[in-house]
Structure formats: C-alpha cells, structure tokens
Ligand binder design. Sequence first.
Ligand code: TRP
Ligand code: SF4
Length: 337
Amino acid sequence: MEKKRILTGDRPTGRLHIGHYFGSLKNRVKMQNEGIYDPFILIADVQALTDNFNNPEKVRKNVREVAMDYLSVGIDPEKTTIYIQSLVPETAELTVFYANLVTIARLERNPTVKTEIAQKRDIFGESVTYGFLGYPVSQAADITAFNGELVPVGEDQLPLIEQCREIVRKFNSIYGEVLKEPEAVLSNTKRIKGLDGNEKMGKSLGNAIYLSDPEDEVNRKVMSAVTDPNRIKKDDLGNPDICMVYYYHKLFSTDEECKTVCSECKEGKRGCVACKKQLAQNINKELNPIREKRKYYEEHPEIVDKILKEGTAKAREEAKRTMKKVKKAMMLDYFED
Ligand code: TRP
Ligand code: SF4
C-alpha cells in the first residue's frame, strides 16, 4: 500500500517548547512510527520572514535550533523528511501561480490571518504587508508541491487548509486535474496554557518551558507558576482547578500523583513549594532523555546539517516533479519535448 504523505511544519522563530511538544511533536513522532505514513516536515523560514523580515538573524539561527528540537524528541530522519523551505524555490514559484487564484478579500476574511494580523499590530501597524496577507497562498504551495494528503493541524489552522483546498479546486478546474486536495487532520492534541495561565505559551509572554531548558531553569520557571491565589498558608484549603501547577501535574505526573495533589491541596495538607518541586522533578524526568539527545546534536552540528541537506534534496526532487506537471498544465513548458 502506498504510504500517505503527511505535511507539517513550523516557523523557525524560536526554540520549541512543551506547548509544541504536546500540541504537535508527540503526535508527529507517533504517526511517523506507525509506518503507514510518509511524513515531511518543513522548517518554514520563508513563512517566518513574513513577520520577521527585519530580523533575518533570528530566523537563520532558529532553523538549526528547531531541527535539533525535532531530532531530540525522536523525529527520525530515516522515516521523516525534514527540509528547509527556502531551499525549495519551486514552492515560491508555485506561490506566484496560485496568487492569481485567490482574491484579496478572501485572504482578508481568512480567520487565522485576521487573528494574527490583529496580534501583530506592533509589526504591521494599520496596514499589513502583501507577503503576510498572502502567506496562506505560500502555505498552499508548501502542501501541494509534495502532494500532501494529510495535514495535521490545530483548530486555529483549519482555515489555512480550507484555503489551500479552494486553491487546488480552482487550479484543477482551470488547468486540469494536477493537484491533490489535502485533508486537515484535527490532531487530538491540546493547546497548552502558559505557566501564568495565559491561553498561549510563547517566548514574548515569558511563560514557556523549552525542550532545551536546563534543569535549573525548569525549576526556576515552575517556582514562578501561578497557583490558587487564595492559598497563602499551607493549611488554607486550595482549589487545584485554578492552579497552573496542578494543570501541569496532569501533563507530567502519574494519575496517582495527580489524585494525591488534588486531595491534599483541597484539604490544606500540601504546601505549594513542595508541590512545585515535585512537578519540576517530573518535568525534568521527561525532558532528560530529550536533553541528552539534543546535547549530542549540539556537539555534532555537521550531522544536523547533513540531515537537513539530505532531507531538502529529497524534498526538492519531489517539488520539481510537481512543478513539471504544473507548468505543462499551465502551458509554460516552452522548451520541453
Ligand atoms: N503555518 C505553520 C506555522 O505557523 C507552518 C507551515 C508553513 C506549515 N507551511 C506549512 C504547516 C505547510 C503545515 C503545512 O507554524
Ligand atoms: Fe497548586 Fe499544588 Fe499549591 Fe494546590 S498545593 S494550589 S495544586 S501548587
């Protein structure tokens, strides 16, 4: 049976944190190991530049950081193709062709883009760039260049896949059935809140634990987590449901530990400091093997580069094949026989 092509990716604007871990990385490793998929992961440096065009150093540096994060959580380059977006220029070329098939009004109505533009007022002010407004078009190129069939996404990214499907249908109706319409797979993973209780975990919010954080950093961050504000003394009765420490216990501690945390907290038999220490310990236990693998890649950057080069070369071959079909369909195959 033909293996199903999966496409996923991340913008390399920072190292990956435990929000990414629970939100997508674990799922990618799981799917990779099921043996029925052919996963491609793109490090979306071109897309990262759409809102970081004034900070190329940041994007450049984080391409390798993100690659090391992938490898350290168990993305296996033997099973998953990892590639750098900008080194597959066919996707940029496709983006230009697709741009004719999308209206500006449609892009402006895309809920994902709309939300992001609102969040990025500091970068764009009142008027967004052409590049950022159009990133769903470029993402459609990323997916279709590799005949992506399945795109695992969080709920917030669904409109991007819908837009891609519209582009594919339009392309195929004008130029012939060339492109594959991808399907979004809603991963049953969850969005993880930040240590401060914010819905989003992120660098700018200072509320994230990174996969590459050393132990003492994790300890320090956990100590700063927001707990039940009504608990001042140890024997105050607590409400774990409004405590971020309990929230994270549910991700990193055993069911039994969680039960104990919950009942002791409610009965006022548990100190918050001890509770945090236990959590930090469990997080560190989970992160230790990841740190160890990461250390290996940090010490061997040439291996990381080799993996990226080989993945990119393989991806490019595939994108070239698609490009050939696209150009033929669009009557742009001038000197082909
Ligand atoms: N939009 C994704 C993000 O915000 C990155 C991305 C770019 C992507 N192209 C893609 C994801 C294609 C899946 C498929 O991180
Ligand atoms: Fe939160 Fe634990 Fe303190 Fe209860 S005891 S408020 S769960 S940190």
